[in-house]
Design a protein around this ligand. Sequence first.
Ligand SMILES: Nc1ncnc2c1ncn2[C@@H]1O[C@H](COP(=O)(O)OP(=O)(O)OP(=O)(O)O)[C@@H](O)[C@H]1O
Length: 372
Amino acid sequence: MFVKRLLLEHYRNYPHVEISTDRNVNIFVGPNAQGKTNLLESIYVLALTKSHRTHQEKELIQWQEDHARLFGEVERKYGMSTLELSISGKGKKAKVNGLEQKKLSQYVGALNVVMFAPEDLEIVKGSPGIRRRFLDMEIGQVYPSYLYDLTQYQKVLVQRNNLLKQSYPPSAANSSMLDVWNEQLAAFGVKIMKKRQSFIKKLQSWAEQIHQGITNGKEMLRVEYAPSFADGHFEDESVLLDRFMIKLSQIKEQEMRRGVSLIGPHRDDLLFCINDKDVQTYGSQGQQRTTALSLKLAEIELIREEVGEYPVLLLDDVLSELDEYRQTQLIQTFQKKVQTFITTTGLESVHLDQLDHAAVFHVSSGSVIDRS
Ligand SMILES: Nc1ncnc2c1ncn2[C@@H]1O[C@H](COP(=O)(O)OP(=O)(O)OP(=O)(O)O)[C@@H](O)[C@H]1O
């Protein structure tokens, strides 16, 4: 799939910008703080309705303005479509082909993207919350029903935590209310866990192959699901549901005392091992970076497998950080198959000789000049 045209209004430092893109490689070049990442971020937001670098949506709106508008023309195997996202203090409105989508889960998936940015190292190095966010964003864009289950789960979680906060010392009324929430927490929780398990299994199989290629067969990468209870190899949904309910009853006292939900997908994690050693604890900076790269390349293949088309690839300032061998691996992966957007402060750090054709856009304080 390709983004053919991108139009932004009052987005970050862009009052108005319109770009006709290349089907193959697009390079945004310019000094620091001119708006290169903002452009990549806008494509990500257009696809997923959320930014990869902030939870605060008002940051996306240009200062002094009250709304931002993102518009994109997307070409897919089976035709063209338009995507439109408006962001204001009142929330977001999303349209596909001019029709407003009541649920964002109906909108997400119309455009698939994979972003690789310096902060992706945090998926390997950072806290479990970062890995859960990565899982949620990526699974959600391939299986939209996941977003529905996740929203329902989060609603139950909030209510359940509110109840737990008022549950000490325990009373019979609170205890039976908690039983009602337990059933709902476990029902949505199990759906999320099953989807996470199957997504991670597919991701693992691609990431292992890709990582072997990048490291010349020297390193074996394993990506493992680490749920908050049970191990990641559960099979049957009903067995898992029973285990969830049993575990909840075992920790009931403890949860009431602490006033917080202690198990469930909101406490899950993802583990990365190279040659059976935990990358987060024992991996070198280079191994952690290569793990993040393998993960992103695996995602591209996984999306193609599931959706039937390659996603759009967004590379934010990462080429200069890779040595020539890894840069070649990356460029060969996307060349001709995947529409790619690259940001860089200087063209000398991109091995343009390896590219058949690239459109170059010069970015300077919120304006873009096409020099291809
Ligand atoms: N909501 C906003 N309204 C107006 N300007 C904004 C807003 N948010 C960020 N900016 C401006 O956008 C610029 C940063 O843009 P961006 O992050 O895209 O930089 P960049 O070109 O990628 O730079 P670098 O090479 O350093 O990563 C800064 O000048 C910042 O002040």
